[in-house]
Design a protein around this ligand. Structure first.
Ligand SMILES: Cc1ncc(COP(=O)(O)O)c(C=O)c1O
Length: 447
């Protein structure tokens, strides 16, 4: 790897607004939505420059030798970081959508099979399940319902009952079909909206007990969820975005497939020249080159870990973000006169994202225009932006706390939301009379 040590000889700035020095934000913009696209630290941007230079100095040498060797080293580091039993169980893909599509489209679907998603599954991922169900042999999509406020123990209890009910459905089909269909469950580790940690390890365990495949969407996990140990959690498949909470350059994601399940992923997507090469399983080789892309984001994962070590490491970073999420979320709820989505005082759903209710009347429309209005009124007009979503009869704000955040940012946001929500009520009404332009109940999730 390039020598980036000199960047890290001095002490890092303290967390809070001074840390903005390490990012390239518009000085007028308050970024409270790190969760959607991540934010590239300037030292990481600096550390990857030599790799871009190498790629252009000799494109053949870089793509045929240098980048392959570099990415092998990075994969080794990442495999250790996530607690995979073997480096060969971890490959890079451009983003979580890519990884999850690779998994879901790799199963050989048969009549009677079941794909389980959830009402809170990231929209494009539940659409992936829907698409697979729309084409022959039409596996059935079944949905687990998660309604906040709730608690981890309630979710686990409901999940167990739900998975057992899927198994009963399967038994009935098995009698008709003369074979046992498969069940594949998509489980979020941290939901997109609400931004909430799920008891995913327990959910995976229940899947194991009930002979159900577990596909874990961990898009928000790496860099936010501490002490990942995939060998212990033992999901059947797991995907995470390094460009969100881990500070890698977009697009950089990890696809984890334990050796026992690599036979399911017969071909990378797109198909690699290494498909079927050598006869045996060559999972890693297929993902090493399956179409020309910018490979530097994959290398940037290692640079991001260097940056995070300089900051003090995973616990130091996440302890700060978690504290600001909780303090900031409570302050925001106080300003708005509303509440945080966590029901229990141990705030088991909140890591670095906190969800606070918008002060709208309960009659308020769920129309997509409301979300669009918030985007215009906050992102464009007021230069501050969290994410907005409609859940269980209410509009919510998902705030991401980061190393540059301070509770004061939540106070600025509070004032902006009070103004914007008042304007929205004036423009769209409170839902008791129809003022919106249509697409009721269609709130797109792009978080
Ligand atoms: C839970 C979840 N899954 C999947 C994705 C898709 O990530 P990407 O757009 O990087 O593919 C996101 C994006 O925010 C997400 O929040």
């Amino acid at each position: 790897m390039a020598n980036v040590v000199s960047q890290y000889e001095s002490k890092p700035p303290p967390f809070g607004h001074e840390m903005r020095k390490c990012f390239s934000f518009d000085p007028e913009y308050i970024n409270m939505n790190h969760g959607s696209y991540g934010s590239l630290p300037s030292p990481v941007a600096e550390a990857i420059k030599p790799y871009y230079a190498l790629a252009e100095a000799n494109p053949d040498l870089f793509h045929r030798f240098t980048s392959i060797d570099l990415i092998r080293d990075v994969r080794k580091r990442m495999a250790k970081f996530i607690g995979a039993a073997h480096t060969e169980e971890v490959v890079f893909v451009p983003n979580a959508s890519h990884g999850l599509n690779t998994i879901l489209r790799s199963f050989i679907w048969e009549e009677g099979d079941i794909i389980s998603s959830c009402n809170t599954t990231y929209n494009s991922i539940s659409r992936t399940a829907e698409y697979i169900s729309d084409i022959p042999p039409h596996p059935e999509v079944v949905q687990f319902t998660l309604l906040f406020p709730t608690s981890h123990s309630e979710i686990i209890q409901n999940w167990r009952a739900y998975v057992r009910s899927l198994n009963e459905m399967r038994d009935q089909s098995a009698q008709k079909l003369g074979r046992r269909p498969k069940i594949v469950a998509i489980i979020d580790s941290i939901i997109s909206v609400p931004g909430a940690l799920l008891p995913w390890k327990e959910m995976v365990k229940i899947c194991k007990e009930e002979d159900v495949w577990s596909v874990v969407d961990g898009a928000h996990s790496i860099g936010q969820e501490l002490d990942l140990n995939l060998a212990e959690a033992n999901p059947d498949f797991w995907v995470t975005n390094c460009h969100k909470w881990m500070y890698a350059k977009r697009g950089c994601a990890l696809l984890y497939v334990p050796k026992r399940n690599q036979h399911i992923i017969k071909a990378s997507f797109p198909t690699s020249h290494a498909y079927k090469k050598g006869g045996g399983s060559n999972f890693v080789e297929q993902f090493e080159w399956n179409g020309t892309i910018d490979f530097v984001p994959y290398i940037s994962a290692s640079c991001a870990l260097d940056f995070r070590a300089w900051l003090g490491g995973e616990h130091v970073i996440n302890d700060y973000c978690h504290r600001i999420a909780l303090e900031g979320g409570k302050r925001l709820a106080q300003i708005l006169g509303t509440e945080i989505i966590d029901q229990d005082q141990d705030f088991q759903f909140t890591l670095s994202m906190v969800n606070v209710a918008v002060p709208f009347p309960p009659t308020m429309s769920s129309a997509f225009e409301i979300d669009m209005a918030f985007r215009r009124k906050l992102l464009i007009k007021r230069k501050i932006y969290p994410a907005f979503f409609y859940h269980n009869g209410k509009w919510w704000i998902r705030c991401s706390a980061q190393i540059w955040s301070q509770v004061e940012d939540f106070e600025v946001l509070g004032q902006a939301i009070l103004e914007a929500s008042k304007e929205i009520l004036e423009e769209f009404g409170d839902g008791t009379e129809k003022k919106t332009m249509g697409i009721e109940d269609k709130v797109e999730k792009v978080n």
